[in-house]
Design a protein around this ligand. Structure first.
Ligand SMILES: Nc1ncnc2c1ncn2[C@@H]1O[C@H](COP(=O)(O)OP(=O)(O)OP(=O)(O)O)[C@@H](O)[C@H]1O
Length: 225
């Protein structure tokens, strides 16, 4: 079954960890073909919000809808529609990059996996290093594998957590190009970052969190190129 949706709506999200209120009533609406940047100081709740949107963390209160689907009630079915690029690359160190992509394709039941992997390898310039174990990779090489893996199943919802950390300018350019392709495909893209130039280069909207609340939610100018 293919699940499709054009928007994700989170309403009234509260998340407490013991005495800590990581989120204190957050509403966000995310739409297909738009990049939403989530900003805010350390501890403002960004990672917690991303965890809830990835359906891996349950909110204490609130609702999450993927289109007409109650995402909290159907998390297992909907998880396949999500692609996540997290801080840790989450690859098996002894597998090669190519094997990591093949495994991800298999887990997601990607049809025509060989062709999809070849296309992603070309797009992210994963050359001969793709045949080496990932434990030998530089940060930028790992990032390219992680991005390719996050995109292997053409996710509807793409969640990127600080994707530019540690990348050189060429790698950041590649990342920006990749996000633009995903946006043009109609993906719903969420980008958590402290990287202001990156946010301004690809963000369509900025949601600023402060102490677990939305402090600002505004369009970003000039991001439509
Ligand atoms: N598993 C947890 N257990 C206890 N407290 C937590 C947990 N996860 C997050 N918190 C707390 O919730 C608050 C929000 O954390 P969160 O990681 O969402 O912030 P953030 O905006 O992503 O911060 P940063 O910019 O530092 O990554 C913080 O006070 C944090 O200490």
């Amino acid at each position: 079954m293919t699940i499709d949706f054009e928007r994700v709506d989170a309403r009234g999200l509260v998340k407490t960890f013991g005495p800590t209120r990581a989120l204190a009533g957050v509403d966000v609406a995310l739409r297909a073909g738009l990049v939403t940047v989530i900003e805010g100081p350390n501890g403002s709740g960004k990672t917690t919000l991303l965890g809830i949107l990835s359906l891996l963390v349950r909110p204490t209160r609130g609702t999450v809808r993927f289109g007409s689907h109650d995402a909290l009630a159907s998390a297992d079915a909907l998880r396949a529609t999500i692609g996540v690029l997290a801080h840790a690359a989450m690859v098996y160190p002894d597998l090669t990059g190519a094997e990591s992509l093949a495994l991800a394709a298999k887990l997601h039941g990607v049809r025509d996996a060989d062709r999809r992997i070849a296309a992603l390898r070309e797009r992210f310039e994963i050359g001969p290093f793709g045949e080496r174990p990932t434990r030998t990779y530089s940060r930028g090489q790992l990032q390219r594998i992680a991005l390719a893996r996050a995109l292997i199943h053409e996710p509807r919802l793409l969640l990127l957590d600080e994707p530019s950390t540690g990348l050189d300018p060429a790698s950041v350019d590649r990342l920006i190009a990749a996000v633009r392709v995903e946006r043009a495909r109609g993906a719903i893209v969420v980008l958590v970052t402290h990287d202001v130039p990156l946010a301004e280069a690809i963000g369509d909207r900025r949601v600023r969190l402060s102490r677990g609340r939305v402090e600002q939610d505004e369009p970003l100018a000039g991001a439509t190129t």
